[in-house]
Design a protein around this ligand. Sequence first.
Ligand code: ATP
Ligand code: MG
Length: 694
Amino acid sequence: ASAPAAPYLEKLNEAQRAAVEHGVGEGASPGGPLLVIAGAGSGKTNTLAHRVAHLLVKGADPRRVLLLTFSRRAAEDMTRRATRIAAQALGTRADLAQALTWTGTFHGVGARLLREYAETIGLSPAFTINDREDCADLMNVVRHELGLSAKERRFPVKGTCLAIYSRVVNTGAKLPDVLDQAFPWCREWEQDLRALFAAYVAAKQAQNVLDYDDLLLYWARMAAEPSIAADLSQRFDHVLVDEYQDTNRLQSAILLSMKPDGRGLTVVGDDAQSIYSFRGATVRNILDFPAHFAPAAARVTLERNYRSTDAILAASNAVIGLASERFTKYLWTDKTSAQRPRLVSVAGEVEQARYVVEAVLQAREAGMKLKSQAVLFRAAHHSAALELELARRNIPFVKFGGLRFLDSIHVKDVLAVLRWAQNPRDRVAGFRVLQLMPGVGPSTAGRVLDAVAASGTLAASVGAYAPPARAADDWPAFAALMEKVGASLTPWPAEFEQVRRWYEPHLERNHEDALTRHADILQMESLAATFPTRERFLTELTLDPPDATSHESGVPLLDEDYLILSTIHSAKGQEWRNVFVLNGVDGCIPSDLGTGSQEEIEEERRLLYVAMTRAKEDLHIVVPQRFYVHNQNALGDRHVWASRTRFIPEALSTLFDVQAWPPVASVSPPTEAGLAAAAKARIDIAAQLKAMWD
Ligand code: ATP
Ligand code: MG
C-alpha cells in the first residue's frame, strides 16, 4: 500500500491532482510536456502553484524552476503560495522563496537572462530598458531627424508608429500585411515607415537601449544561437507557464527552443479567454501544443468551477456559447445562489457611477470589504465618471491598467486653464498653462504671472505680453482664449468645448497616445455639462481624490480597505466577490475603435466573458441608455442612444435579473385624481429641479 498522500494533494480534485503529479517522480526529474486547458475559475492557476510546490517537495532544485506568468503581481502571488505549500509539506524552515527566483513575466525574466549573456550576443551588459514612454520619445526624435514630422505631413503619430513596429516584431508578419490588417490608414506611409523603423533600430543600438519587444526578440534570437542554446535549454529543469493562450509567436519560440522536446514544460490556459491578439498574441500556441509534441504531450482538462455561483456560471457560459468558434469546455459548480447576475439599465454615465457607488456601499454595509469588490471596464478612460463620484464620496480606490483620471497630465492641463480663468491669481494653474506654449519656461511664465498679478486681469496681461519667438505663432490664439475664458464671454459648458478645441493641438504635439487622451477630455466635457457653472464643476473636481493609504473624514473606513478599479485586460486571472462591469453597450463592448472585423468582434466577446467570470457571488453589468461616443469617422463625437451589448441578446435575458436604476415605481391604471396628482407632481419635480440649479 502506498503512503497517504500529502495533505496539499488531498485538497485537489482528481483532474487537478493528475496535472500536479504528471510525470513527477522522486527527485522530480523532468517528465513529458503537459497542457492544462480549462475554463475560467476551474483552478488552473491554483493547480500550477500546487505543481510548483509538488516539484519542490519531490526534490526539484528551486533555482532550476522557471515560472512565467502574465504579470509581476501574479508571479509574486504564485511564488508565495507555492513556497508556503511546499515548506509546510516539508516541515522545513528553509526559505524556499529565496531560492525560487526565476519567476516573473517573459519580459522580466528575459531582461535578467539577457544581462547575463549580454556579451556573447554583442550587447553591453550595461544596457538600459526603455519603457513605452521612452520608446515613444525616441521614435519621435528619429522621426524628426528623418523629416517625418506628424504635424506638417500628416504622418502617423509616434504612438501609432510604435504600435505598428511592435506588431511587426511580435507577430513576425510583413509590414504591408500588418498595415492592411490593422492600420489601413497608414498604408500610404509604408516606405517612410520602413526607413523610420530602420533608423529606430539603429538608434537603439547606438544608445545601448532595449525596448520591451527587444527583450523577447533578443531572447528568442539568443535561444536559437547554437553556442548559447544548449546552455539555455540545460539551465531549467522545469518551465511552467500560466495564461498560455495570451502568448505570442516569440514567446512560444522561446519556450520551444528552451525545451525542444517539451520535457519539463507545463503550459496552462483557456482558449476562450484569449484577449491579447491585438498585441500579437496567438491562441494557436495553446491549440497547437498537443500536435507539436505528439505523441508525448499529456492534456488535462478541468471541469469543476470553484469560483462562481451557478447563476453567474450559467450566464457566462451562455455568453461564450454564442461565440462563432466552439469552445467545448464544460464547467459545473455546486455553489448555488438565488441571485442571478444583474443587468442594470441607467440613464447615463453619471447615473452609472452613482449606481455603482450605491451598490458598493450597500454591499459593504452587508459586510463585504471594498477590496473584495471590483469595477471593470473596457478602456481606462471609462472609469472617469466613477472616479469623480468616488472622489466626491471620499471612497478610496486603486486603479489597475491605466492612470487615474484626475492624475493624468492632460486632465490636469485642461483643469488648469479653467482654474486660471476662475482665479487669475492662481499661480500654480497659470504656471502650468503658460508652459504649454512652445518656448515658454518658468521664467517667462513667471513674468506673465507678475503682469497678471499687477493688472488683476488675465485678458489684458496675456494679450499684451510679447511672447518669446517660438511661441509667436501660437500666442494670438492663446491670448484670445484667455480673454474669452477670463471674462467668461462664453456660457458654461460651451466654454469647456472652447478650451478643449484650443488644447487639442497640444495633445497631438506632446503625447503619443493623443487619441485616448482626447477621449478622456471628451468624457470630462460630458461631465462638465452636468454642472451648472464652471465654479461648481471645479469645486467638485478638485476635491483631493483620497489615496489608498490615507483615511480622512467622511465614510468610516476599515483599515487599508479600498475599491478595485481595473480594465478587463488587467483583471485577467483575478476574482472578487462582487463585480461590476461598466458600459455594457455596443460601441464599448464590443468597442467601436477597432476595424470591426469578425476576429475583433469575437475577441471582444471573450473579453466580456473574462469580465463576467471574475465574479464569485454577485455580478452587475451596467447599461447606460445614453453613451458618449468618440468617433474618428465623419459623425464626430456625440451622445448616442446606446443599445445593450449584442453579446447579451434578448434570448439570454432570462439568465439575468434585468432591472432599471433608480427603480421606477410600479404603475397602476390612472384615475382622475391620480392624473391630477401626476400633473401636479410634474410641476413639483420641475420646480425642484429648478431649485437645484438656482
Ligand atoms: P482563470 O481562468 O480565471 O485564470 P483559474 O482556472 O486559474 O481561473 P483559479 O484562479 O486557480 O482558476 O481558481 C479559482 C478559484 O477556485 C480560486 O479561488 C481557487 O482558490 C479555487 N479553487 C481551485 N481549485 C480548488 C479546489 N480543488 N478546491 C477548492 N477551491 C479551489
Ligand atoms: Mg488563472
